[in-house]
Design a protein around this ligand. Structure first.
Ligand code: HPA
Length: 249
């Protein structure tokens, strides 16, 4: 049970590290009041759980972060009864004590995105709600991810601030310096508006972030060399963690 009393029903929204994740599973097309989600919704068997999966950037990675229909993705999951979303995403690292190839479960975010449909409240004043976004991620879901990491023997950083940038280009070195001054530990492109929409729709939401490169201007190699070198490792660790997570929840 979740602390609100409802039985948990899980979904993964997975990003670019997960191109060939469970391609042979059953899938369904779900249409929503916001249009079509990024991909058909796949059904994964994880032990006794049926876990829904949406490929955030489409099945061929064709949808950049600023064009993802975040509202449709979450509304599709909501219509299937999902109330717990694990958002798997890739990030660059800013915090100097962390390295590419590692995992993290952030506990805060700063939103630098613009022009995205970031709310389900866009004109119907009857339903207008100002969600309390002080804690953008679900503490219980975060804890379960970290417990699963421990049990699976996968190192996973607890906490940190995820700076959400617009993309699709990567940042300049000066922009990453500014994000560091703002207190960011990681930089990625997708946690917003996803986290806020999930909360507006009453779903628990936490990120499992795969650190796949040093933020611009911070590493020895180019960002694309980092991505090439570290994505597979971080992805393999995240799958190990998720197997343990769904075994335990
Ligand atoms: N910046 C923004 N988004 C990202 C990065 C980055 O360095 N790495 C992975 N997603």
């Amino acid at each position: 049970m979740t602390s609100s009393g409802a039985s948990p029903r899980y979904a993964l929204i997975a990003g670019s590290g997960f191109r060939d994740f469970a391609t042979d599973s059953a899938s369904q097309q779900v249409d929503t009041r916001y249009g079509s989600p990024s991909s058909p919704v796949r059904e994964l068997e994880y032990g006794r759980h049926c876990v829904y999966l949406i490929a955030r950037h489409g099945e061929n990675l064709q949808i950049p972060a600023h064009r993802v229909n975040y509202r449709a993705n979450l509304a599709a999951l909501e219509s299937l009864g999902v109330n717990c979303v694990v958002a798997v995403n890739t990030v660059g690292v800013i915090n100097e004590s962390l390295e590419p190839g590692q995992l993290a479960v952030p506990d805060q975010l700063i939103d630098y995105t613009w022009g995205r449909d970031h709310s389900i409240h866009d004109g119907n004043a009857d339903n207008l709600q100002h969600i309390d976004f002080t804690e953008p991620f679900c503490a219980e879901l975060r804890r379960k991810l970290l417990t699963a990491a421990d049990a699976a023997g996968v190192a996973c950083h607890d906490g940190g601030t995820y700076a959400v940038t617009q993309g699709p280009r990567l940042e300049t070195a000066a922009e990453v310096d500014r994000l560091a001054r703002d207190g960011a530990d990681f930089v990625g492109m997708t946690a917003m508006p996803e986290a806020a929409l999930a909360m507006e729709m009453g779903m628990r939401y936490a990120c499992l972030s795969l650190i796949v490169n040093y933020g611009a201007g911070r590493g020895q190699a180019s960002i694309h060399e980092d991505l090439h070198a570290y994505t597979a490792t971080a992805r393999m660790l995240s799958m190990k963690l998720l197997r343990e997570f769904f075994h335990r929840v």
